[in-house]
Design a protein around this ligand. Structure first.
Ligand code: SAJ
Length: 440
């Protein structure tokens, strides 16, 4: 099977890098998006996503003549669906009193429907969007059957999740192992042929539902691991221990790898995907459900620490350093920092936030500072929420004279507490209550 022309539907964080990588490997690619602004700006060579290397990759793809953006799919040898699967805004599931979020699959449904007029015998359709188990078989297959063609018999259909890390997408797309789950073995083989155009990592073939589970299992494993780290941070606080020291010692054990605690879990993957298991089988997922609860309530723990450090929060000026969901990215989606700010405001604090990767962000109810200096100048306390390299490099000497604050709360173990204490700051680190409780 030869793939000369493909359509990639959805030009977001995954679709656009995938489309441009195929185009830069000689495939003729039509990238499809329902947002006319994205389509027009891409055709002018402008990109709407901050990802290292992506601007050049798209520019090359356009210059080569292999890539164009459009509002509608066209006939092609293969169709890749890479649209978002967010939560439903106003609808929740419930099981035995436990309330859980539900996936909004409307974008997958309309992407699959948009292919219908162009689907031909011998085509390959790949779903990449993270989806609840059995989506390919139970949701996508019946939609595509409306073409009169049958998946697995007349055309190939497979699920192949992306597993790339934001910030390293272009490299990981090529180097990571890739799983391809077909509705039948021939579909998985067709998917392998397609991705082997650029994937250098191992390509593993399996069935569609296994591939769907693999993707959600990976992110759920990470979420549960972070939840236990967050719970350890609360225990360490209670018992007068430095959780960071304790975790680093525990991780010397050859079979232990505890992740890091922090202000909570954000982003569009790890804080979302575990709910797909809970939704699909709430009776089987108490651990996954409670891990989500622990991570979602970590901002409250942060606020308790700030409260302990500052006393009553009412009327206090707090500088928030970092709103992104993780270090060195500009993505503020589902960021726990957002929740920390809202909780501090609810307690009466005046909060000014500084996010170097998106200084102009417009977030409901959050006042953004125009610079680090503005954020910290009048502050009573500095609260570090994201370990951006630029923040890790800050030193108390560097800030001397620029802030009124005498109190620092570090929620990510980003700063050297001795240096800050030496410079006269009161230093509080999430999960490190070692120096506060005597009588050890
Ligand atoms: N976090 C912690 N402690 C840690 C590690 C992360 O609190 O020790 C927090 C981060 O600060 C962030 C959140 O977890 O708020 C998620 O960050 P992340 O770096 O773990 O993951 P993502 O969401 O950027 O990307 C993940 C990756 N999955 C895995 O590593 C298993 C990526 O490979 C996936 O492609 C991506 O989800 C996705 O699209 O599903």
């Amino acid at each position: 099977m030869k793939f000369q022309k493909i359509c990639v539907i959805g030009l977001g964080y995954i679709g656009l890098p995938t489309a441009s990588t195929f185009a830069n490997h000689g495939v003729n690619v039509t990238g499809v998006d329902i947002n006319p602004n994205i389509v027009e700006s891409l055709n002018r060579g402008e990109i709407h996503i901050h990802e290292p290397g992506l601007h050049d990759a798209v520019a090359n793809a356009i210059a080569s003549g292999n890539f164009k953006a459009a509002r509608q799919p066209e006939e092609a040898d293969a169709f890749i669906i890479a649209v978002p699967t967010p939560f439903q805004e106003n609808k929740f599931g419930e099981y035995n009193g436990a309330v859980f979020k539900l996936a909004d699959m409307r974008a997958v449904v309309s992407a699959a429907e948009s292919i219908l007029p162009f689907l031909r015998k011998g085509n390959l359709v790949i779903l990449e969007s993270t989806s609840p188990p059995r989506t390919t078989v139970n949701l996508v297959t019946p939609i595509l059957a409306r073409s009169g063609l049958e998946a697995g018999r007349d055309f190939h259909l497979a699920y192949s999740p992306e597993r790339v890390l934001p910030g390293q997408i272009l490299r990981e797309l090529i180097e990571n192992a890739r799983v391809i789950g077909g509705v039948n073995p021939e579909s998985a083989e067709a998917g392998r042929e397609l991705y082997s155009i650029f994937v250098k990592g191992e390509i593993i073939k399996t069935d569609a539902t296994t591939a769907e589970m693999v993707k959600i299992m990976e992110n759920t494993y990470r979420d549960v691991n972070i939840a236990i780290a967050n719970e350890f941070s609360r225990l360490a606080d209670k018992f007068g221990v430095d959780v960071w020291e304790a975790i680093s010692i525990a991780n010397l054990h050859p079979r232990v790898k505890i992740l890091s605690p922090g202000p909570g879990v954000g982003g569009h993957c790890i804080s979302v995907d575990p709910w797909f298991f809970v939704e699909a089988a709430p009776e089987l997922t108490p651990l996954i459900y409670h891990s989500r609860q622990v991570n979602d309530s970590q901002p409250e723990f942060v606020v308790q620490i700030v409260h302990r450090a500052l006393g009553a929060l009412s009327g206090k000026n707090i500088a928030i350093l970092g709103l992104a969901y993780k270090p060195d990215v500009d993505d503020l989606r589902e960021s726990p920092a957002n929740e920390v700010v809202h909780l501090l405001q609810k307690a009466g604090a005046n909060v000014l936030a500084w996010e170097p990767f998106k200084p102009d962000a417009k977030l409901q109810g959050i006042t953004m500072a125009a610079s680090l200096e503005e954020a910290i100048e009048e502050a009573d306390a500095l609260v570090l929420l994201v370990k951006h390299t630029e923040f890790s490099n800050l030193t108390p000497e560097g800030l001397a004279g620029k802030t009124n604050a005498k109190i620092v709360v570090d929620t990510v173990h980003g700063w050297n507490q001795e240096a800050w204490k030496k410079a006269g700051f009161q230093f509080h680190c999430l999960g490190d209550n070692k120096t506060k409780i005597v009588n050890r």
